[in-house]
Design a protein around this ligand. Structure first.
Ligand code: 4AD
Length: 428
């Protein structure tokens, strides 16, 4: 941050807090700078104190050099500081510049005895998970959240660049898209409502998937996507299940084959991953150097099958297609000309995680769709989509947290989400 003290010869007026006068900053080529952030290290020598201050914008901390008169016992690991000084070319190769401090203000103290993270110690992801309100102060988790933000932006760019319209599908819905009954019911609470009062007049739930709403929109916009929170009341503490996770879902009209779908799945995966690798070199490096990739697997049969298939194919991402028809939800289309009845459905399995993405062609023929069991009145609007201008279409959903687990080699899904929600845990 460049100082805005009018007496300083600085380009813009950003900080009203600088106490330096122009006299002190007489060299016109030097900029008076205010650095703010949290202390990551403190090293005192006879004449000088060296600090590393990090503001979360990158893994790099700014080195601050101060004369020992500016030293303060409150300058501890984790404390918040505002440093005013002159930005200088650093004599060290590791960082291009350092801040020659003229004034250090401890904005927020941090008692090192009580603070759960210790200077120079490398804390494991499992340890830092115990402190959901503080773990973003660690290098590993702040890197993770920057990567998550960059991957989010990359996924949006992919869809924008490829002609998809973003749709905000509802969080509260009356449908159970997957038909698995893993629903959180939504009920009002508060003095105006009696217990169990039905606010919406129909049972309402937190969404398990935005797919059916996307199908509505693909009937007008051809190519649509959504990227939002999704909820599943899965009674699982496994390392790849959350009760609240983010799903990237796309729906494409006039698509006739699973290959059309797998191409979009693969292109999106490649684009986002290449973007993250190109834009977050340091953060990715941290993971690849210090976070042990997880290759432990859950124990249910399906996961074991996925593990076998990925291994069998040489530990690379694998598309599995044409599942038995009866295993797939009501919306899936069948394959024609298959001797066994199979669904035109595809899952993308990846090493270390298993199922990352699930998709299918949707049944667009009214008579076949209405013949499927379980479609009661709640779905009459869904059948209407097949009455009015129905077209062959298909789509998929990618679990965003599992994607991050996959590209970063993170063993437990709880470590790639800012505030994990899973059975028996809703901290904060
Ligand atoms: O395979 P799923 O259940 O597919 C659907 O919901 C489709 N309606 C999506 C669509 O076609 N639009 O879920 C899609 C992906 C899974 O492959 C998995 O990566 C992720 O969502 N997922 C979970 N991620 C974390 N925690 C959970 N409990 C998850 N359940 C599914």
């Amino acid at each position: 941050r460049i100082c805005g003290n009018k007496k300083c010869d600085t380009p813009s007026s950003i900080s009203p807090t600088c106490k330096l006068s122009r006299k002190k900053n007489s060299n016109q080529s030097e900029l008076c700078t205010v650095g703010t952030g949290w202390v990551r290290s403190v090293r005192a020598q006879k004449a000088n104190v060296f600090l590393h201050v990090n503001d979360g914008s990158s893994l790099q901390s700014l080195q601050v050099v101060a004369s020992s008169e500016l030293s303060d016992p409150l300058l501890t690991f984790g404390s918040a500081v505002e440093v005013t000084g002159i930005l200088k070319k650093s004599p060290h190769t590791k960082q291009p510049v350092e801040l020659d401090a003229k004034q250090i203000n401890v904005v927020g103290e941090c008692n090192p005895v009580d603070f759960p993270f210790k200077i120079k110690e490398r804390h494991g992801l499992e340890y830092i998970r115990q402190f959901p309100h503080l773990r973003c102060r660690t290098n590993a988790f702040s890197s993770l959240l920057r990567l998550r933000s960059e991957a989010t932006a990359a996924i949006h760019s992919y869809f924008k660049d490829n002609g998809f319209v973003e749709i905000n599908t509802p969080i509260i819905t009356s449908n159970d898209c997957e038909g698995a009954g893993e629903l959180f019911q939504v009920e009002p609470s508060g003095p105006d409502y009696a217990e169990g009062e039905n606010f919406f007049s129909v049972p309402a739930y937190l969404t398990v998937s935005g797919q059916l709403h996307l199908e509505v929109m693909s009937g007008a916009f051809s190519k649509v996507y959504t990227f939002g929170p999704t909820f599943r009341a899965e009674n699982s503490q496994s390392r790849r299940h959350l009760a609240e996770f983010y799903m990237v879902e796309a729906e494409i009209s006039f698509t006739q084959s699973l290959e059309d779908l797998t191409k979009v799945m693969e292109d999106m995966f490649r684009f986002a991953t290449e973007h993250v690798l190109a834009h977050c070199v340091e953060d990715v490096d941290l993971f690849h150097k210090h976070v042990t990739p997880g290759h432990r697997w859950g124990c249910d049969l399906k996961t074991e099958h996925e593990k076998y298939l990925v291994k069998h194919c040489g530990n690379i991402p694998v598309f599995v297609t044409d599942y038995p028809y009866d295993l797939k939800p009501f919306y899936a289309r069948d394959n024609q000309n298959h001797p066994e009845r199979t669904a035109a459905a595809v899952d993308l399995l990846v090493p270390g995680v298993g199922e990352l993405c699930g998709g299918s062609l949707r049944e667009e023929r009214l008579n076949l769709l209405s013949a499927r069991a379980g479609l009661n009145d709640v779905y009459s609007w869904y059948l209407d989509l097949r009455r009015f201008g129905s077209v062959p279409h298909g789509g998929f959903g990618l679990g965003f947290e599992r994607y991050l687990q996959c590209i970063l080699g993170v063993d437990n899904i709880k470590d790639v989400v800012p505030f994990p929600r899973f059975s028996h845990s809703c901290l904060l």
